[in-house]
Design a protein around this ligand. Structure first.
Ligand code: NAP
Length: 489
């Protein structure tokens, strides 16, 4: 097959290390190599090292060995390494964005936005590194003093998904480095390149060997299982599906691992009749189409008050139907491919199921012809309550629109899921905004806003969307233990 890659794309790929990074050295994997695919063409982009369980254990050995010295590093120095990495990412943002587009498929503009978002976690936690503190208080009896101090939890395993290949990594690595933890990072099989480029940047920013180790594997369970069972590992931070999260939690329980779980979502998007409809459609496009719908925060179910539901669905279908589908690296593209054939097939099956049960496709509803894993932007109306896509995370550019009669019905529908990551609410009534926000069973709410991600805010879910928070002031606490000292006086 003739390669569709241009000279610039080839150069960006060639600049990325392809090996495992263990104890400050780049090295081959014992399992040979594995291919990274371009989802826009189905063509192989390159090969990267494939780790064995022994490679993964060597990475943990390196993290364990580096932990005591790293914990003694001055917080200011840890922060400065992160700050230098932030600057380097900003300097190389165009190359990093192109690299991300090649391995993940998202349009270049979105890849650039993720590079900035991902870098922001490094800047934020560079600033938080010097704000780790404790408390000093008199005991209630007055006869003693209570002192608390924060210390790094120790070696961590950080597992990341493919949908935000850089930001899901920096959101964990940033606070872990700031807190004084060492780590083993395992990026997703489909998208290791952005992480490898980032690790090279951390190396160049002066991070000592052994603090950050990276292993990729074509057999995640078999390769990472022994680490999760190893009592030298102190924490697992996972971003991915609820199904895998549950399995890792079971495995981690034998080792009493500290856990952070950023799992799947099924976000409701509520539009009340007093909302500014144009604004709500703009927010819906962001909440639905960012990352082609392959985001844990993607609006999965649109509930619109009956009096404006048809108008909303028509406007949304017009806007989604006009979006340009294509290779992410083409400047005009607004919607890239799904990550792989399995995801494309899953989205198609969910739409077919809904249409088979009586839903109507106002736009889209089919797999476009040609190579690559594309799915056309789709708006469905008349969606019956038993359609699978109301229960499952669609993870694709598909918007099911349903109507509701009143506030209670809207909240009941929104909460009728085991997931609880984020909800979106559009209303101009301030009291309603607060009433509804308080009753929604989610970790985050977008109020007249279709995007919530922000490095300065605590990101995370409730119910089966997981626990723990990333980003904000809370993010670093996930990597710190509190030690209490009782002082006699
Ligand atoms: P996934 O299949 O759960 O995989 C996530 C990561 O876990 C990958 O690195 C994967 O490696 C690894 N993994 C899978 N099985 C494993 C095992 N037995 N032991 C150790 N590691 C294992 O999820 P995904 O398809 O990559 O990502 C999509 C999911 O992530 C969606 O559900 C989405 O909602 C969720 N997500 C959540 C958030 C959040 O913050 N809440 C953010 C982004 C995404 P391989 O790639 O090698 O299989």
């Amino acid at each position: 097959m003739t390669s569709l890659l241009g000279a610039q794309e080839r150069a960006v790929l060639d600049a990325v290390p392809r090996q495992l990074y263990i104890g400050g050295r780049w090295r081959d994997g014992e399992q040979g190599t594995m291919a990274v695919e371009d989802p826009a063409t189905g063509e192989d982009l390159c090969e990267v090292a494939n780790a064995s369980p022994a490679d993964a254990m060597a990475a943990l050995d390196a993290a364990v060995a580096a932990q005591p010295t790293w914990a003694q590093h001055a917080p200011r120095e840890r922060g400065e390494i992160l700050r230098r990495a932030f600057e380097a990412i900003m300097d190389r943002s165009d190359e990093l964005a192109l690299l991300m587009t090649l391995e993940m498929g998202k349009p270049l503009a979105e890849a650039r936005a993720e590079v900035l978002y991902g870098a922001e976690f490094l800047r934020w936690f560079a600033e938080e590194a010097v704000r780790i503190d404790g408390r000093f208080a008199a005991a209630p009896t007055g006869r003693g003093r209570l002192l608390t101090m924060k210390q790094p939890v120790g070696p961590c395993l950080l597992i990341t998904p493919w949908n935000f290949p850089l930001a899901m990594g920096t959101r964990k690595v940033g606070p872990a480095v700031a807190a004084g933890c060492t780590m083993v990072v395992k990026p997703a099989q489909q998208t290791p390149l952005s992480m490898l480029a980032f690790v090279r940047i951390m190396e160049e920013a002066g991070l000592p060997g052994g603090v950050l180790n990276v292993v990729m594997s074509s057999q995640a369970g078999a390769t990472m299982g022994p680490l999760i069972a190893d009592s030298r590992l102190r924490k697992l931070s996972f971003t991915g599906s609820t199904e895998v999260g549950r399995r890792l939690m079971e495995q981690g329980s034998a080792n009493l691992l500290r856990l952070s779980m950023e799992l799947g979502g099924n976000a409701p998007f509520l539009v009340f009749e007093d909302a500014d409809l144009e604004d709500a459609v703009g927010g819906a496009l962001l909440a639905k189409m960012r990352n082609m719908g392959e985001a844990c925060t993607a609006a999965n179910r649109f509930y619109v008050q009956a009096s404006v539901a048809d108008e909303f669905a028509t406007l949304l279908a017009e806007r989604m139907g006009a979006m340009r589908v294509g290779r992410g690296s083409d400047a005009a593209t607004e919607v890239g491919p799904m990550i792989d054939a399995a995801q494309q097939a899953k989205v198609a099956a969910l739409v077919d199921d809904a249409v088979g049960r009586g839903a109507r496709a106002l736009v889209g509803g089919r797999v476009p012809e040609g190579a690559g894993y594309f799915y056309g932007p789709t708006v469905l109306s008349n969606v019956p309550a038993d359609a699978e896509l109301l229960r499952e995370e669609i993870f694709g550019p598909v918007a099911p629109v349903l109507s509701f009669a009143d506030e209670d019905a809207a909240i009941a529908a929104a909460n009728s899921t085991n997931y609880g990551l984020v909800a979106y609410v559009y209303t101009r009534d301030l009291e309603r905004a607060f009433r509804v926000t308080e009753r929604l069973e989610t970790g985050m709410v977008g109020l007249n806003q279709g995007i919530v991600s922000n490095a300065a805010a605590p990101f995370g879910g409730v119910k089966h969307s997981g626990f723990g928070r990333e980003g904000g002031r809370e993010g670093i606490d996930e990597y710190l233990e509190t030690k209490y000292v009782a002082m006699r006086l």
